[in-house]
Design a protein around this ligand. Structure first.
Ligand code: SF4
Length: 72
């Protein structure tokens, strides 16, 4: 199951959402427990997905409908 989520196109395998990485205080990089300081968009073969670090997509903007939009 976990393998399927990681292999999907929606979850990129980058340090920013890896369980071994911690964002630096200034936000310029990731401190990795395995390899040291990395760029947020870099990756390696030890990547382990942490779903709590993923930033979800924003909700779509819902247009304002009026009663005329639903009239026949
Ligand atoms: S270098 Fe590898 S193990 Fe470290 S945070 Fe990035 S993907 Fe994860």
């Amino acid at each position: 199951m976990k393998k399927n989520i990681i292999d999907s196109k929606e979850v990129p395998q980058i340090c920013a959402i890896c369980s071994f990485g911690t964002e630096l205080a200034d936000g310029s990089g990731i401190l990795c427990k395995k390899t040291g300081i990395r760029k947020p968009d870099s990756t390696c073969k030890k990547f382990e997905y942490d779903p709590l670090k993923r930033v979800p997509r924003r909700d779509p903007v819902i247009p304002n409908f009026t009663a005329e939009d639903f009239a026949l």
